[in-house]
Ligand binder design. Structure first.
Ligand code: G6P
Length: 613
């Protein structure tokens, strides 16, 4: 949550920062600001609203030339979204300005102390306390800003990625991180700092990922990295492999639509180099060093949040069916706070698109401390979760910018399916014949998803009829139960229509009371082992005059006779169906949200990377 960007070099800083902030808006978009330094001094400009509003407010300002600057786009934690709470924050002398992504948990204690010393605060944020705390140390210890930052970091509790600029050192940026991400782009005589690599890639592909408890000092065009114990470390330069076009809309009206349509490719990318169905080969490379632990695990614990948690639920079905290992799927936020039983024989899989979700990271640390093996399934390369786990596999879905997750979900399921098949085969719980059959079915998934995308126009028409509904119910069984949850989540996230996902059979234990002619019910009723049962559930809804939208297998006639609308998707083995059946639900929520005039890519109150607990 919150995106930060900074620049120092020979170019004009402002356009670089504004463009970078727009790329990071998925992390928060309730207010934005920049700080620049030139002959007029150190100036902060900030504004409630989107980055474009900040940009417009600066259009006629002639004092913005600066070769150094910092910028921030905010997702409010402390204090409502307004101009005052927006970042950057000045220190009280206005000698320093800081951007911060994270939360300082002991800010109240620090604030009381500073208030007693006469400091005055202009915002309700923990971040303003943080920069004043640094200034206070700087003043009282008569030390450099760098030293003051180092001392302050020993005292603050919480999470941060910060960048500070100073009037006293006009060519210097000081940055640090703990718990929130920070990437440094190394260009020719210039440096870029950002919460992720997307603001950086058009300038350089050389990046350094700052680690927790590290401080980066860029001074006189030189980058130095030290630990907070003041020990200098050698910056490790990574080569970015991201392409610029991957983070642009490429002719689509919204990132979400682009990302939905990218799924045939992103699923194929995820399987590339891992799956070779013709030769009966499947290798999930990341598992190599931990394969024994994986095969002999007493239990698999999957931990994640949001859409990633839904992918985890699909994986539960996959691992239990094919590898016969008991699986528990845990909301990371619950898992970490309830003193769970974790043993050394447990294999923990953490799933995260961003690789930065604070609750998932904390769950990983907890499981690690109990001796479990932790495997990450992440999309963002070099992210905190990818680095905090013992091993892992990237989903290779490419950057996902729309806040509502789509292609990351199907890529996560693809990786987890490959893991389950590999595990089942190696443990002997999945026969060779079935294994080979599933490998070739898996390989055919991208083309089936391609076919499902052709349903777009039909789904758009259905959306027209239901765009004003106040509630929606999504029902599915077996592998399609998590898909029902995901369909409901997509709809509520971006269209603000109340939607609930349920296992179809549970409907009679409560939700059935809600059904009347006003209630659209989306059934995922593909031909699988629970098909007949789902058909009975459809009848129950029909008898109560609910409106039925059913996702069925191509050629289905029974459901067609009952439903108001059927959406026919290609046939697949039931274990692989979620990869296809979720696509029409993504499109349904997309079209409904567009028709309701909602901001599809940046829904209200949400953020894509949730770095607060
Ligand atoms: C936020 C996003 C969701 C995402 C969840 C978990 O709520 O809006 O789309 O599923 O975080 O994020 P992660 O990056 O860990 O998958």
């Amino acid at each position: 949550m919150c995106g930060i960007v900074a620049y120092v070099g020979e170019q004009d800083a402002l356009p670089i920062i504004i463009k970078g902030l727009k790329r990071l808006e998925y992390r928060g978009y309730d207010s934005a600001g920049v700080a620049l330094l030139n002959d007029n001094g150190l100036s902060v400009y900030k504004k409630k609203g989107k980055v474009s509003e900040l940009e417009n407010s600066l259009l006629d300002n002639p004092h913005l030339n600066s070769k150094i600057g910092i910028g921030h786009t905010r997702w409010a934690t402390h204090g409502e979204p307004n101009d005052a709470n927006a970042h950057p924050h000045y220190s009280s002398t206005e000698n320093f300005a800081m951007i911060h992504n994270g939360i300082i948990e002991n800010y109240e204690v620090l604030k009381t102390d500073l208030l007693n010393k006469g400091y005055v605060f202009h915002s309700e944020t923990d971040s303003e306390v943080f920069i004043n705390f640094i200034e206070d140390i700087h003043k009282n210890n008569d030390c450099t800003l760098e030293e003051a930052v180092r001392l302050a970091l020993h005292k603050v509790v919480g999470a941060y990625a910060i960048v500070i600029m100073s009037k006293e050192e006009p060519d210097t940026l000081i940055a640090a991180r703990k718990g929130s991400p920070l990437v440094i782009g190394v260009g020719e005589n210039e440096y870029f700092l950002a919460s992720d690599a997307t603001p950086i890639i058009e300038y350089t592909n050389q990046v350094v990922y700052l680690d927790d408890y590290e401080i980066a000092v860029i001074r006189n065009n030189k980058l130095q990295i030290k630990t907070i114990e003041n020990v200098e470390t050698n910056p490790y330069i990574n080569q970015l492999e991201m392409e610029l076009e991957a983070i642009e809309k490429g002719g689509y009206e919204h990132f979400m639509l682009k990302e939905i349509n990218e799924q045939p490719r992103s699923i194929a990318d995820c399987m590339r180099g891992r799956l070779d169905a013709q030769n009966g080969r499947l290798i999930v490379g990341g598992l190599r060093d931990y394969i024994n632990k994986f095969q002999n695990a007493d239990r698999i614990i999957i931990t994640a949040c949001g859409t990633s948690w839904h992918a985890g639920l699909v994986a539960e079905y996959l691992f239990e069916e094919f590898a016969r290992i008991p699986v528990e799927v845990e909301y990371a936020s619950e898992f970490r706070y309830r003193n769970p039983v974790i043993n050394e024989g447990d294999f923990v899989i953490a799933i995260s698109q961003s690789g930065e979700t604070a609750d998932t990271l904390a769950a990983i640390e907890l499981a690690k401390s109990k001796g479990a093996t932790i495997f990450g399934v992440c999309n963002v390369v070099g992210s905190s979760i990818a680095r905090a786990t013992h091993a892992g596999s990237y989903t290779h879905a490419g950057p996902e910018i729309g806040v509502a997750s789509t292609k990351a979900f199907t890529a996560q399921i693809s990786v987890l399916t490959m893991m389950a098949l590999m595990l089942g085969y190696q443990r002997g719980t999945l026969s060779e014949t079935k294994y080979i059959q599933l490998l070739s079915e898996l390989e055919a998934i991208p083309s089936k998803v391609e076919k499902a995308l052709l349903l777009n126009e039909q789904i758009e028409k259905i959306s027209e009829q239901y765009k004003d509904a106040r509630n929606f119910l999504y029902l599915g069984r077996g592998y399609n139960f998590p898909v029902a949850l995901e369909g409901a989540l997509k709809l509520k996230e971006i269209s603000y229509i109340h939607a609930e996902g349920y296992p179809a059979a549970e409907m009679k234990h409560g939700p059935i009371a809600l059904i009347d002619e006003e209630m659209p019910v989306v059934f995922i009723a593909t031909k699988d082992s629970s098909y007949e049962k789902v058909v009975s559930n459809i009848q129950e809804v029909k008898a109560r005059k609910g409106k039925i939208i059913a996702v069925v297998t191509e050629g289905d006639t029974s459901v067609k006779a009952m439903a108001d609308h059927v959406i026919e998707i290609p046939h697949a083995h039931e274990a692989l169906v979620p990869l296809i059946s979720v696509v029409p639900l993504q499109l349904l929520s997309y079209h409904i949200a567009v028709m309701r005039g909602c901001n599809v890519d940046q829904p209200r109150n949400l953020a894509k990377s949730v770095t607060v607990e």
